[in-house]
Design a protein around this ligand. Structure first.
Ligand code: FES
Ligand code: FES
Length: 161
């Protein structure tokens, strides 16, 4: 039985077994290879995508359970003129090393800043409990989020002036 769902604002249909993990449909059928299948056990968070606006680990989600839902992947985070403000902050803070964790990290953090623009360092740490980075360490990642928050505030105030 086919599964209908939406990915990054497009209708999609797949005929795979409904128990196939969402990550495999994204990567192998739809060629959306941003999300990474690293542990496949719901531990590392590298496969994180948004399902109806909430971060989920796509290695654990059978595609059948995504029927009728909207999936958003890391591929949508860049903006028309290039990297998003948060992505640029990560580069500026040297927060990305091997990059395996980053697709999931960016989905989680972009979602956090959309919902809680003034998230504290503790909020950021809590949001990242499901995203493991084995290279960078978390301080530079959190510093990058904090600097993106400052820039977002500055941009919002200059737009109001
Ligand atoms: S690959 Fe899904 S949590 Fe690690
Ligand atoms: S940058 Fe390598 S795991 Fe995070």
């Amino acid at each position: 039985m086919p599964t209908k769902f939406r990915v990054n604002n497009e209708d999609r249909l797949t005929f795979v077994d409904p128990m196939t993990p969402l990550i495999d449909v994204l990567r192998e059928e739809l060629n959306l290879t941003g999300a990474k299948a690293v542990c496949r056990e719901g531990v590392c968070g590298a496969c994180t995508v948004l399902l109806d606006g909430k971060p989920v680990m796509s290695c654990l989600l059978p595609i059948g359970l995504a029927a009728g839902s909207e999936v958003r992947t890391v591929e949508t985070l860049a903006v028309s003129d290039g990297l998003s403000l948060l992505q640029r902050a990560m580069v500026a803070h040297d927060a990305v090393q091997c990059g395996m964790c980053f697709p999931g990290m960016m989905v989680t953090l972009t979602d956090l800043l959309d919902r809680v623009p003034d998230a504290s360092r503790d909020d950021i740490k809590t949001a990242l409990t499901g995203n493991i980075c084995r290279c960078t360490g978390y301080e530079r990642i959190i510093d990058a989020v904090a600097s993106a928050q400052l820039e977002l505030v500055a941009t919002a105030s200059s737009a109001q002036a």
